[in-house]
Write a protein that binds this ligand. Structure first.
Ligand code: CA
Length: 258
């Protein structure tokens, strides 16, 4: 017997861009479990690629092995927080174990952002993240970020030491304060967001935000509403037309059409 279709479906695409030699981003989609993950690896040569792949595989495996009927409404956030915290810890452990046998990879690490659909009794999505990959909700023709970057510049903005405008082209804008790796705290932020029937979710790496404004991202998604595949292709194309300075990954989670 096949599982009933979930009301949302994920579609993703990743691209090396026009500046980097390799793509160190990784994404994964499980449309039966309602689990979607994006990770942005860092740390020289092949390391970032290994870190993001290890993290994504560990997280997918952990959540799959923990899958069980969802508990009552009041327990949903607790359940999601427990499972996702352990999943992200499993990702960090996998990276640390790899570094233990390959010390030349000691600087590797990765961000992670994920969405896990909590289908009953009304749809919600648990969003967890570590680092500066983001989740957005598109609702009523507006694009709203539902994650706050774990980056040095975001910390300075939050504390009032820097304006948002100055943070956008700051030389240290890539410096993370949390990540999955050896020398970072990997504590995720986890929150449950109720979904409206027409909501679209976007998970993405910073390669997209570096190249496109929120307005431009929103207009591509709204213009390509009938085809998430086309929307992903157009977002990557626009990021590359604007310079493609980093790897870009986009994962759109859209209402399933009957
Ligand atoms: Ca990146």
């Amino acid at each position: 017997m096949t599982a009933p279709s979930l009301p949302w479906i994920g579609t993703g695409l990743t691209d090396t861009g026009r500046s980097r030699a390799t793509n160190q981003d990784t994404f994964a989609i499980d449309n039966e479990l309602g689990l979607w993950v994006v990770a942005d690896g860092m740390g020289g040569h092949a390391g970032g690629n290994i870190a993001s792949e290890l993290a994504v595989a560990s997280i997918m495996n952990h959540v799959r092995s923990s899958a069980q009927p969802w508990p009552s409404v009041s327990d949903q956030l607790q359940h999601a927080t427990t499972v996702l915290t352990h999943a992200i810890t499993a990702g960090k452990t996998a990276i640390q174990e790899r570094i233990a046998v390959s010390p030349e990879l000691s600087s590797m690490g990765t961000t992670v952002v994920l969405a896990w659909l909590c289908p009953l009794p009304t749809p919600s999505v648990a969003i967890a993240h570590v680092g500066d990959s983001r989740a957005y909700v598109i609702r009523d023709k507006r694009l709203v970020a539902v994650t706050t970057d774990h980056s040095l510049v975001q910390q300075l903005v939050t504390e009032g030491h820097m304006t948002l405008e100055d943070s956008l082209d700051h030389p240290k804008r890539n410096v993370l304060v949390r990540a999955l790796g050896l020398n970072f705290p990997a504590t995720p932020d986890i929150a449950l967001h109720p979904l409206h029937p027409h909501d679209i979710l976007l998970l993405c790496t910073d390669g997209l935000m570096k190249m496109m404004s929120d307005e431009a991202i929103l207009s591509v998604i709204l213009d390509s509403k009938d085809s998430p595949e086309k929307a992903c292709q157009r977002l990557i194309a626009r990021a590359n037309e604007a310079g493609g300075k980093d790897n870009t990954t986009v994962l759109l989670i859209t209402p399933r059409t009957p």
